[in-house]
Design a protein around this ligand. Structure first.
Ligand SMILES: Cc1ncc(COP(=O)(O)O)c(C=O)c1O
Length: 383
């Protein structure tokens, strides 16, 4: 219990579910069978593609599967290298291993915390075939610079917009910048289907290959159970698609709410010396999926200590992602050793940064309470 507020713990994240979502899911479970089995998938995918301004969208069980299918559809395999930012969730990189390729860890930009175009360029070798820029915490990287490096070096782009539905760069929607764009609809995300994901693309060849690969290597619409390759089973249920459609029809409201939550934190923490909040570049619209605070090293407190102390006072925080090159599955790779020596920003930010409670149902008073707790923790840290 937060004694000052007389309410339960303040959770780190969570969705906004209304009667609309309940009605759509109810309708799906009642009617989306037999000849109507795909009606919600079709509506959700069409509405999602229209929202993003792209040609094709394929609903999937997760964003991880969307990255996996992107790599497969681009024909990546052993011998190939894929550049990925060092500071991201492992799901951005794990599918690189699934296809037998090698992840190469580039540094992040010190302001946006997203892939640095300069570092990406430094990572390119004769074997680089793709890059996975990540729209971290609902923000956007310098997409023009990244696309420029990618084009000059003939490197495919898979935009990992898992955390950034609704974000924009120069008026164009997150997820629409690459050969493919991928989204997560996990329960913590701004738009949720419980678990789920989406792959979008303007390339018909990729779209057709993805439809084939995600259904055990058979042609879409096949009724003869005739497989021509061993592939995968990556599908979303109609109940999830119905939930996603209802959420998508509320997307402006959900993104506005995220931005409002950030504005409350900004009022409380924006002028505090020694901390930095999410940065939004002038030509970017961030969705602030996770409000994040980076604390000066001089305050002598680590993210683990902040999380522990906040938790004791009923405020749930999350660590900024550990650099992938520091994690056990990757740290023995020669690419990881190189990354640890070169990815100065990732290694400077990650130890001192936490995500603050950012669930869509958080109240202004809870943001003020969580901010007060953080300020108190920081004030006592150097004594
Ligand atoms: C940056 C990033 N990429 C990929 C994923 C994977 O998404 P999913 O859990 O839907 O597979 C996540 C999930 O949180 C993520 O944050």
């Amino acid at each position: 219990m937060c004694k000052e507020l007389a309410v339960e713990r303040i959770p780190i994240s969570g969705p906004s579910i209304t009667q609309k979502e309940i009605d759509y899911v109810n309708d799906a479970v009642t009617n989306a069978w037999y000849g109507n089995a795909n009606m919600y998938h079709e509506r959700f995918e069409k509405a999602f593609a229209d929202y993003l301004g792209v040609c094709f969208a394929v609903s999937l069980p997760s964003c991880t599967s969307a990255i996996h299918l992107s790599l497969l559809a681009l024909g990546l395999g052993p011998e190939d290298e894929v550049v990925v930012p060092d500071a991201t969730w492992i799901a951005s990189a794990a599918p690189i291993n699934y296809v037998g390729a090698t992840p190469v860890f580039a540094d992040i930009d010190s302001k946006t915390w997203c892939l640095s175009a300069e570092s990406f360029e430094e990572c390119i070798t004769a074997n680089t075939r793709a890059v996975i820029p990540v729209d971290l915490y609902g923000n956007m990287p310098n997409m023009n610079a990244i696309r420029d490096v990618a084009q000059r070096n003939e490197v495919a782009v898979i935009e990992d917009a898992a955390e950034a539905v609704g974000a924009e760069y120069k008026g164009k929607k997150a997820g629409s910048f690459g050969d493919t764009g991928v989204f997560s609809f996990h329960g913590s995300k701004t738009l949720t289907t419980g678990e789920g994901g989406m792959l979008v693309t303007d390339r018909e060849d990729i779209y057709r290959r993805v439809l084939f690969l995600r259904d055990h290597g058979r042609r879409p619409g096949d009724k003869m159970f005739w497989n021509t390759e061993v592939a995968y089973k990556y599908k979303m249920s109609s109940m999830q698609a119905a939930l996603g459609l209802a959420q998508l029809e509320r997307i402006e409201e959900l993104v506005d709410r995220k931005r409002e939550i950030f504005s409350w934190y900004e009022q409380e923490l924006g002028t505090i010396e020694g901390i930095v909040l999410n940065y939004e570049a002038p030509d970017t619209k961030s969705t602030y999926w996770m409000v994040t605070v980076v604390v000066d090293k001089e305050l002598m407190i680590t993210k683990e200590q902040i999380i522990e102390q906040a938790s004791q006072r009923d405020v749930d925080c999350r660590p900024f992602f550990y650099p992938l090159s520091s994690l056990p599955p990757y740290k023995e790779l020669k690419q990881a050793t190189f990354a640890r020596q070169h990815n100065y920003v990732s290694y400077r930010v990650s130890p001192y940064a936490v995500n603050l409670p950012s669930g869509l149902k958080i109240k202004e008073a809870e943001v003020r309470y969580a901010s007060a707790i953080l300020k108190d923790i920081l004030q006592h840290s150097i004594r």
